[in-house]
Design a protein. Sequence first.
Length: 166
Amino acid sequence: MAHPQHEQVRQRYSFRCGYCGVSEADSGGRLTVDHYHPVSQGGGESEDNLVYACIKCNQFKGDFIPHADDQRNERRVLHPLIDPIGQHVQLEPGKGRLKSLTRTGRFHIDLLQLNRPELVKHRLQRQERRLLKRQLDSLIDKVGSLTSTITALELEVERLKRIHGQ
Ligand SMILES: [Zn+2]
């Protein structure tokens, strides 16, 4: 059964998995509601404890909760809306892989398996689509500018024909 706040959560996360960024459209269906702090460990239903998550991220995260030893070693899951993710994790340009910048980042990537082959492939495809879109936009601009040049030249030809009485 869907979580009672499913709709609010999916809107708050713009229909994407808070952990890996995959969208509903990419995955072909609605995602799940994850309890950042697991219910089995006393987590509640407050807005900040509910993360929109794809099935894989939700599974890999499981019921993990940092214990004293983890806390000492900065091992925890990053909260998509509360933690400054970019300070812990960075996308390697052209490789589609996430690189950790901190110990927490490394743990986060490993636990959620954020470099799983399907995700890396997905990131590379997304990157390629963006690149193709930019190339297409630039070609459309060029066609527009060439069309204006052709129109101007045609007018010039007409003008010259009139002058020469043709
Ligand atoms: Zn995910």
